[in-house]
Design a protein around this ligand. Structure first.
Ligand code: ADP
Ligand code: ASP
Ligand code: MG
Length: 423
């Protein structure tokens, strides 16, 4: 049989996929399969599952308000262990491999500790490894700032490391191996009837990721779209020998919209728990008032999501409602109460325990009545909508967190996404 033409591929393995020694051996077998097929391989790995959470917990226990530079030193440590272990496992089965930390490659980033952005990656060291016939095993989630400090890319950031490395290496493929076998119409752990998609457009994936589907970090999709990286999500639990794919799709391919023949009007549903709603009652209705609320919040680096402004009955004042993540609620209230601007209001109300549910689909651009159906379905289930926001290809609603599962399941069925074969 003729050997396939040699390709350059990036393989990324998430936390569950390297969760224990047996799984690391399984990952090594997946890598060996590609090496044996004649490919040049760079592997990006996350920390073993649970490890990053443990490290974040340690940092919080030592000091609630800690130095972000030291946070990065601590939480990046998990990946150092998994790259070393995977390089050993590869060597153990006769595959030449060497591990590399972010600063050694180097993966240069901005200096926003805890949420750094990759600015440049030098491909030379990895290419030198390929030249020597070695697999480069690279720590995901981390880089180095211009001040020569270790940085991390935000939770789930190894996906972004992998895509950025694929772009820098001009790789033929970037395969994201995880604990599900592709991108589904919604989180398959919540909705057993969710369907795996063979293809999903960059734009839809970008919305799904940013609206809560954690299967890919949002930034990784942005980078893949900008650099035209052929990105695929697939399972690390498939038997390594049996999952050679050549150039076929075995999981879900993230690609341009015009590569997809048929699209549903709504292709996916995402949810995000951990949202909080803040309402300012009877704020003076005059120019500059929005700036006086959101300016101080922006200065305090609070990320505001949905915003609604409404007139009160007297016509002189307005009510402003917006959402922030629950983790930022305390800080938000502090900023508003101590705002030194001329911001005055009658009352400040906060509601934690909210969730955002979103329907996503490029088909919405050309179809009417999509949002109305969402409101109808939620009404039939007796679920109250607190805030609504829309864009060209998505509709999001804020509801009480207790109703997340009910809402996602009902919407999934109503938009015809349920897999008929699912038990
Ligand atoms: P990894 O550790 O491999 O990076 P993650 O836990 O970050 O894995 O992401 C995979 C998880 O994403 C799945 O286990 C699944 O529960 C969740 N998920 C949420 N939405 C979706 C979706 N639409 N399709 C597939 N998985 C999803
Ligand atoms: N280990 C990091 C995290 O848990 C990065 C990743 O898994 O992608 O967030
Ligand atoms: Mg992840």
């Amino acid at each position: 049989m003729r050997k396939p033409i040699m390709a350059r591929i990036v393989m990324k393995f998430g936390g569950t996929s390297v969760g224990d020694v047996d799984r690391i051996r399984n990952v090594a077998a997946h890598v060996k399969r590609e090496v044996d097929a004649g490919h040049q391989v760079a592997v990006v790995v996350s920390a073993m599952s649970g490890e990053t959470n443990r490290l974040v917990g340690l940092a919080r226990d030592v000091a609630r308000l800690h130095d972000a530079r030291e946070y990065d030193v601590v939480v990046s440590a998990g990946e150092q262990v998994s790259v070393g272990l995977l390089a050993m496992a590869l060597q153990d089965i006769g595959v030449a491999a060497r591990s590399w930390l972010g600063w050694q490659i180097s993966v240069q980033t901005s200096d926003v500790h805890g949420a750094a952005r990759i600015e440049a990656i030098e491909p030379e060291e990895m290419e030198a490894q390929f030249g020597e016939g070695r697999v480069a095993v690279i720590a995901g989630f981390q880089g180095v700032s211009s001040a020569n400090r270790i940085t991390t890319l935000g939770r789930g950031g190894s996906d972004t490391s992998a895509v950025a490395i694929a772009a820098a290496l001009k790789a033929d493929r970037c395969d994201i191996y995880t604990d599900v076998d592709g991108v589904y119409t919604t989180d398959p752990r919540m909705v057993p009837a969710a369907k795996k998609m063979d293809r999903v457009s960059y734009e839809e994936m970008l919305e799904m990721a940013s609206l809560g589907a954690k299967v890919l970090q949002t930034r990784s999709v942005e980078l893949a779209m900008a650099h035209n990286v052929r990105l695929q999500v697939r399972s690390s639990f498939d038997a390594p020998e049996a999952s050679a794919n050549g150039n076929d799709i075995v999981g879900t391919l993230i690609c341009d919209e015009d590569e997809i023949m048929e699209t549903e009007i709504v292709s996916g549903i995402a949810y995000a728990r951990n949202e909080a709603k803040v309402t300012l009652r009877e704020v003076a209705d005059r120019p500059g008032i929005a700036a006086s609320i959101f300016g101080p919040l922006a200065d305090a680096a609070v990320n505001v999501d949905m915003i609604v402004q409404n007139m009160s009955a007297d016509g002189k004042t307005t009510d402003v409602t917006f959402t922030v993540s629950q983790d930022e609620l305390e800080r938000t209230l502090g900023v508003l109460k101590s705002a030194t601007t001329d911001l005055t209001f009658a009352d400040l109300q906060a509601a934690p325990d909210m969730a955002k549910i979103s329907i996503v689909g490029v088909g919405m651009r050309s179809h009417a009545g999509v949002a109305q159906k969402m409101f109808q379905v939620l009404a039939e289930k007796g679920i109250n909508i607190h805030v609504i926001s829309t864009s060209e290809i998505k509709v999001s609603v804020l509801i009480d967190v207790d109703y997340v599962e009910l809402a996602v399941r009902a919407l999934h069925a109503a938009y015809g996404l349920d897999d008929d074969l699912a038990g």
